[in-house]
Design a protein around this ligand. Structure first.
Ligand code: 1GP
Length: 255
């Protein structure tokens, strides 16, 4: 089964999938194995690895540690065509559809495609849409792209539909790592009613309630990264899982 199919299966079974973003620069490598084991046990469905920019040499080791400590898909969430590894299972083959910068619409993709083929990992074509979130985010700055204003859901909708018509399999609605405000539920709902491909919501999600609100609004997958990089947060992994897995929760409630 492909990783993409596995993701759909998780969504169908659990209501939505919990994707944990591991930034290779933001985790102490000696503490990473234990964190991954806890995350695996507490219900994380898949791991994303990547960053807008890499400052360290930890990219490969991060992937290897996750592969050895958890039995879940490891999916690269690349900031550029330099972030490709044969040790991962798949890669979000991103098109920064909200951008007008050709480098992030086609340039990086052309550089990355042969490396992905050589690595033998599964590309998952993904329309990546930046949404304004209260301040300039790393992805916005590095990609030199203007995010879509958060009070313009129609603009997000038409970008999403264009991504679908271009053959992309997923939509990633991104507020940016550490965003002040996560992607508004209104946008998620309107996009989910307008386009037919599954939505990933990420950026600035810092509570189980917020994560669950994204699922109720129509997200199929929720990404959390920054929050779990802070000390003393790992005990909340289970609560995030429960909040995101709306089907499983309702089964418990029914019993
Ligand atoms: C960033 O959407 C991801 O690209 C996750 O964001 O780090 O704010 O959780 P956070």
């Amino acid at each position: 089964m492909s990783v993409f199919q596995k993701l759909l299966e998780i969504r169908d079974k659990k209501g939505a999938g919990f994707l944990l973003l591991v930034d290779p620069d933001e985790n102490q490598m000696d503490k990473l194995p234990e964190f991954i084991r806890i995350a695996d046990a507490e219900g994380v469905d898949a791991f994303l690895v990547g960053a807008s920019l890499l400052l360290s040499n930890n990219f490969e080791d991060t992937i290897k540690i996750i592969k050895s400590e958890a039995n879940k898909p490891v999916i690269i969430f690349p900031g550029s065509s330099q972030q490709i590894s044969s040790n991962a299972d798949a890669i979000l083959f991103l098109t920064l559809i909200s951008s007008r910068n050709p480098e992030y619409l086609i340039g990086e993709q052309v550089k990355g495609a042969p490396l992905i083929k050589a690595a033998g990992i599964e590309p998952i074509p993904t329309g990546y849409i930046l949404i304004e979130s209260g301040r300039i985010t790393s992805v916005q700055y590095v990609s030199n792209s203007m995010p879509i204003p958060s009070d313009k859901p129609d603009l997000v909708k038409v970008h999403a539909l264009a991504a679908q018509y271009m053959g992309m399999r997923l939509l990633y609605l991104e507020a940016g790592s550490g965003a002040l405000y996560s992607v508004p539920e209104e946008i998620i709902t309107k996009v989910s009613e307008y386009a037919d491909i599954p939505i990933i919501a990420g950026g600035g999600i810092t509570s189980p309630e917020d994560a669950r609100a994204k699922v109720i609004a129509g997200a199929s997958f929720v990404v959390v990264g920054n929050f779990f990089e802070k000390e003393g947060t790992h005990n909340l992994l289970a609560e995030f899982s429960e909040a995101i897995h709306t089907n499983i929760k309702s089964e418990i409630e029914v019993e």
